[in-house]
Design a protein around this ligand. Structure first.
Ligand code: 5AD
Ligand code: SF4
Length: 449
């Protein structure tokens, strides 16, 4: 079969990265090989993100950049969450796009591509694009190939998808659909394929990953039990998971953090705001006190756990006091790292229709103050590791010669120069320097020599 070139660009979250990889897995048997630029590609897929305004706009500007390379042989496709939310709008604004498909229909790509080629052959011309943004009854996971390709040391594996929580700022329940958990056996098989191919670390993904409740022989298992089961895979060294919701943080999961060494001491647990009024307006269904209690309980199981979170500043109605409450919560908890965003009104979500939208300039000012505090905490967390010996899993080469990049159990980046190969190895490093976003130091074995 003649080789065809496939270019995929992934925007947004880790689940989109996973989806992009699975698209490549589906297309490999059809003769598509990945390429890193769109110019000569036979198939270009933009796997889009709708979470904030800027993410949307990037797609249209990238489409404009690709258009000059588009000839009659190139199939241009837009997938992902923007496609799901505004597929018809994409086809109107960019009529040269051949395919538009959502996150739940990409298993049908071979069929869609064949149809696109047929309409190109018939020269049906512009405006004949194919739109598939259904939420099919059957799960795409039942149609994805067993094979996983282009893997590295660390891999993603989606175990749960979608959301039924309807936070008032968020598009995810509309773009990804209802909450769904894959069966345990399915996940185990995929994890085994990964480990057989040399993967050492798996990050289990889900929009509400700790709400996971997959079936095992007729019984429902939570995320903790699932990870305990996966930890029996020979060759697997580390397990992580993302993203969690405070309401789904069960004791079983905390126990697994304490008892299963494969489960890394890192937890991304978004709270979004430290103000009860804003949490209520966001429909988060938990208070700041409940979150603080939860953190205390988690720390009682795993005192060294690195905590991470997401914050939104400038949600409609956020006063100076609400914002101060957020800063106060951050001071109380001390995060190892966090993500923070200006509120971006998303069409169709309740937040967009709320009164008291916060002016952009004020959002920017609050974001700067918030990030300043979070950066200080990250620096402090990193500095607290000075002098410690931490096991680092090296998963990438750095830009410089013989430079390796890896992660501590707490998900801090470590870089090191070594003339012995380290890729795929989990090795002890003595932390001698701590920066805002990284750590470095000698290998412990070098120290002993
Ligand atoms: N505006 C700004 N940030 C948002 N997020 C989700 N929706 C919005 C929005 N409309 C942030 C939340 C979420 C993360 C993935 O993105 O903090 O946890
Ligand atoms: Fe973006 Fe959310 Fe879709 Fe991920 S699930 S791509 S973050 S909109």
């Amino acid at each position: 079969m003649a080789e065809k070139l496939l270019y995929i660009k992934s925007y947004g979250c880790q689940m989109n990265v996973y989806d992009s990889q699975r698209m490549a897995d589906i297309l490999k048997p059809l003769g598509y090989a990945l390429t890193s630029t769109p110019e000569k590609a036979n198939l270009v897929i933009l796997n889009t993100c709708h979470i904030r305004e800027k993410a949307d706009e990037k797609v249209y500007s990238d489409l404009g950049r690709i258009l000059p390379y588009k000839d009659e042989k190139m199939v241009l496709a837009v997938g992902g969450c923007v496609a799901q939310a505004e597929g018809a709008e994409i086809m109107r604004r960019a009529p040269y796009v051949d395919l538009v498909f959502g996150p739940q229909t990409y298993h049908r790509l071979p069929e869609m591509i064949a149809r696109a080629h047929r309409s190109q052959d018939k020269k049906e011309g512009v405006g004949r694009g194919i739109l598939d943004v259904e939420f099919p009854v059957e799960s795409k996971f039942d149609h994805l190939p067993q094979e996983r390709n282009d893997l590295s040391v660390s891999a993603f594996l989606t175990v749960q998808e979608g959301c039924d929580k309807f936070c008032t700022y968020c598009v995810v329940p509309y773009t990804r659909g209802a909450e769904f958990s894959r069966p345990v056996e399915d996940i185990y098989k995929e994890a085994r394929t990964l480990v057989d191919k040399g993967v050492k670390e798996i990050t289990l993904l889900g929009q509400n990953v700790n709400a996971y409740h997959g079936l095992f022989k007729g019984q429902e298992w939570g995320l903790g039990k699932l990870m305990e089961h996966l930890s029996t895979l020979k060759g697997l060294e580390r397990l992580r998971y993302s993203t969690s919701h405070p309401r789904d943080m069960e004791e079983e999961l905390m126990r697994v953090h304490r008892d299963v060494p494969h489960v890394m001491p890192y937890l991304h647990l978004p709270i979004q705001s430290g103000s009860n009024l804003i949490l209520k307006a966001m429909n988060r269904k938990h208070t700041r006190e409940q979150y603080l209690d939860l953190i205390e309980k988690i720390r009682s199981f795993r005192p060294d756990i690195a905590l991470s979170s997401d914050f939104i500043v400038g949600f409609p109605g956020e006063t100076d006091q609400d914002f101060e409450d957020t800063l106060d919560l951050i001071q109380k908890i001390r995060f190892a790292q966090a993500y923070s965003f200006k509120y971006s009104p998303r069409l169709g979500t309740p937040g967009a229709a709320m009164e008291n939208q916060v002016p952009e300039a004020l959002k920017a000012e609050r974001l700067a103050r918030l990030q300043n505090l979070l950066n200080q905490q990250q620096q402090a967390f990193n500095e607290a590791c000075l002098g410690k010996v931490l096991p680092v899993l090296f998963d990438r080469m750095g830009k410089k010669e013989d430079q390796y990049l890896g992660k501590t159990p707490y998900l801090q980046s470590v870089y090191i120069t070594s003339n012995t190969p380290l890729l795929g190895k989990c090795t002890d490093v003595l932390i001698e320097k701590a920066y805002a976003k990284s750590l470095t130091g000698p290998l412990q074995s070098d120290q002993q020599n």
